[in-house]
Write a protein that binds this ligand. Structure first.
Ligand code: GLU
Length: 392
């Protein structure tokens, strides 16, 4: 008999859809996978070389649980250079992906009954991790009409005496929305009034940005002492499988994450950590070619999707997803299929157009589906063509 803990945990919708697409592919079906947020580039050569050198230099032993000292120094330097944030190495913890960083933070901060505020849309695993930490998620809704942003009034109305943590993610997965400095400062003004609320700022898509300046909430001085800044190398450096994420946090939280990680996984992979020193120390110019390419693909997919009636679109400012509102199809019967919600719609696209996307329900917005454009241009073109044909 499995535990209540695992029984109450939903499977990751992004990974489940990717697995389903993979399975159909092995059956010989030509699936176009636009479900997973994974750059289709190879890891840049200078990072691979650092990893090869680390192997040659015999980096084969356990690393310190919270990461190599020189990597933590390099991360502090990155925080100063890119975010204007002053963290000491004792405030940094390196983990097996930003997902583990987030899980550590939730495990060390949340007690049963605590509430976590999730401005929607939010990344699938936030609510699941909060559930694992026996806390309750409160979703703050947004819509495509306001570019998927919440207002300070909404934030204030959602805070209760039980609220312990609020999770922001800008640039946002799945909407691509970026909160401006002004917008974050307005939200920050509310949070200043509630000193018992902690802030997790997931900035994993920081560099996949098409023009709106990135702003780190921890740079609001009144909030620095209760903000955990999460980042990692997966998205910007095409290193998803290397599994390196990290936090900058108040020292007492970093220490607790170190303790938590010491009992669950120990230090992150030593070769990947050495490679990460090369990644985080590199100037942005070394990865700009990938961001430029994502930008082109964004324009392409927006143009193509805008030709499909019933797809309501916003213009993502970052990350590599579009999150169209497809609710105009709900309640309709298309080619014999009843489409009642976003789950039905995503499944319909998979089964009938052989295009894998992810239902918006998993991200707290049941009107939308998420389409990843971290795929090559031909796949993007063919996928939208198939969807258009199916719906016409
Ligand atoms: N973060 C990516 C996504 O949203 C990777 C999959 C996952 O870990 O959920 O597609």
């Amino acid at each position: 008999m499995l535990s209540d803990r695992i029984n109450s945990l939903p499977a990751s919708a992004t990974l489940a859809m990717a697995a389903k697409a993979r399975e159909l592919k092995t059956q010989g079906i030509n699936i176009i996978g636009l479900s997973l947020g994974e750059p289709d580039f190879n890891t840049p050569e200078f990072i691979k070389e650092a990893a090869i050198q680390a192997v040659k230099d015999n980096y084969n032993s356990y690393s310190p649980v919270d990461g190599y000292a020189d990597l933590k120094v390099a991360i502090c330097e990155k925080f100063r250079r890119d975010n204007g944030l002053d963290y000491q190495p004792s405030q940094v913890v390196v983990s097996t992906g930003a997902k583990q960083s987030i899980a550590n933070v939730c495990m060390v901060l949340l007690n049963p009954g605590d509430e976590v505020l999730l401005p929607a849309p939010y990344w699938v695993s936030y609510s699941a991790i909060a559930t694992l930490a026996e806390s309750k998620s409160t979703i703050i809704p947004s819509s495509i009409e306001n570019d998927f942003k919440i207002t300070p009034e909404q934030l204030e109305a959602a805070i209760s005496p039980k609220t312990k943590l609020v999770m922001f993610n800008s640039p946002n997965n799945p909407s691509g929305t970026i909160y401006t400095e002004e917008e974050f400062r307005a939200l920050g003004k509310v949070l200043k009034k509630y000193p018992e609320v902690y802030i997790l700022s997931d900035e994993i898509y920081e560099h996949i940005n098409y023009g709106t300046p990135h702003f780190s909430i921890a740079s609001i001085s009144d909030l620095y002492d209760r903000t955990i800044t999460v980042n990692g190398v997966a998205k910007a450096f095409a290193m998803t499988g290397w599994r390196i994420g990290y936090i900058g946090a108040p020292e007492w939280i970093a220490k607790a994450c170190n303790k938590m990680q010491g009992q669950i996984t120990s230090g992150a992979n030593c070769i990947a950590q050495r490679a990460t020193i090369a990644a985080v120390s590199a100037p942005y110019s070394k990865i700009q070619y990938m961001v430029d390419e994502f930008n082109k693909r964004r324009d392409l997919i927006l143009k193509l999707l805008s030709e499909i009636p019933g797809f309501k679109l916003n213009e993502p400012q970052g990350a590599f997803y579009v999150f169209p509102d497809v609710s105009s199809y709900f309640g309709k019967k298309i080619h014999g299929n009843n489409i009642e919600n976003a789950n039905d719609f995503a499944l319909f696209l998979l089964e009938r157009a052989h295009v894998a996307t992810v239902t918006g329900e998993a991200f707290g917005n049941p009107k939308c589906i998420r389409i990843s454009y971290a795929a090559n241009e031909d796949d993007i073109k063919s996928a939208v063509k198939r969807i258009k044909k199916l719906l016409s």
